[in-house]
Design a binder for this molecule. Structure first.
Ligand code: NAI
Length: 284
């Protein structure tokens, strides 16, 4: 299968990163957002990011301008009717994703691939109400999507294995490192990462160490980032949603129990770098 018209749903942290990655590879990419204001804000951040790359000599201005010109906003899902692969990166809520997928099922050709970038929701569940669940799979990129090589290709119960292989081939062709994983809570990376994040919260709340100490020591131990700075990059809300869905997915298995502090941080809007404050302040 060769992909000609990819599209992305959501111009948030991940959607815009995925759009940037696809546009950098030469694809014309449609990006659906719920409002022009949100899209324009995201495009502004992308422009700033690209300008920094130009300053560092990694891109030419011509490359950055051409990349931006290949990203096309749309504000109605119907406009994606010609897309052949749609990668959904809207908020991590099952009911939102189900609604988006059932609309896409109705407006796209049954041959179009419908992928979700969900971190931890069940692909089988997202696909459950569709006429063609065999064309639904997970394409789980990592943050920042334009740079991180790993992509988990998640097969739901009904996913056509041939289609999953086609997506593996496409990702490989674009320079990513795709791995096939089963549709189980948290897939592979987010499940293994649960104790990394959760134990860090418990240790701090028990007074064993401060956040700064945990981050610094984990970095000294060879991790690229400590758990708290990584959560600020991921988004506290996104990481909390992943914690809740892994916990629920394993029927409240105690070792995956979220920490109450995750919820309070979300409630007070301390969502990480994207809003300028999380575990640390970013002076926005
Ligand atoms: P985000 O909150 O930054 O962006 C989500 C975007 O989706 C928003 O701009 C929102 O307006 C838009 N959107 C489009 N259609 C929507 C609808 N019908 N309802 C609500 N919002 C809609 O979220 P982020 O971080 O980009 O995450 C997106 C997805 O990617 C989630 O499923 C998340 O679990 C997953 N993910 C996130 C990672 C991260 O590090 N942040 C890493 C890997 C996956």
């Amino acid at each position: 299968m060769s992909v000609h018209r990819p599209a992305v749903i959501g111009a948030g942290t991940m959607g815009m990163g995925i759009a940037e990655f696809l546009a950098a590879a030469g694809h014309q990419v449609q990006v659906y957002e719920i409002s022009a204001q949100i899209f324009e804000r995201a495009l502004d951040s992308l422009r700033k990011r690209l300008r920094k790359q130009v300053e560092k000599g990694r891109f030419t201005t011509g490359f950055a301008d051409a990349l931006i010109s290949r990203i096309h906003p749309v504000y109605e899902l119907q406009k994606l009717h010609k897309a052949d692969v749609i990668i959904e990166a809207a908020v991590e809520r099952l009911e939102v994703k189900k609604e988006i997928f059932s609309q896409l099922d109705a407006v796209t050709s049954p041959k179009a691939v419908l992928a979700s970038n969900t971190s931890s929701l069940s692909i089988t569940s997202i696909a459950s109400a569709l006429q063609h669940p065999e064309r639904v799979l997970g394409l789980h990129f990592f943050n920042p999507a334009q740079r991180m090589p790993l992509v988990e290709v998640v097969l739901g119960a009904e996913t056509d294995p041939g289609l999953a292989q086609a997506m593996m081939d496409w990702m490989m062709h674009l320079g990513k490192i795709p791995v096939k994983v089963a549709d189980s809570p948290g897939f592979l990376v987010n499940r293994v990462a649960r104790p990394f994040h959760l134990e860090a919260y418990w240790m701090v709340s028990e007074g064993v160490a401060s956040k700064e100490q945990v981050d610094r020591i984990m970095r000294s131990a060879g991790f690229k980032m400590g758990p708290f700075e990584l959560q600020d990059l991921i988004g506290i809300d996104i990481n909390y949603a992943a914690s809740v869905s892994v916990y629920e997915g394993f029927f409240h298995e105690p070792r995956f129990r979220p920490h109450p502090r995750q919820q309070t941080m979300v409630e007070r809007g301390a969502l990480g770098r994207k809003v300028g404050k999380g575990h640390y302040n970013y002076g926005k």
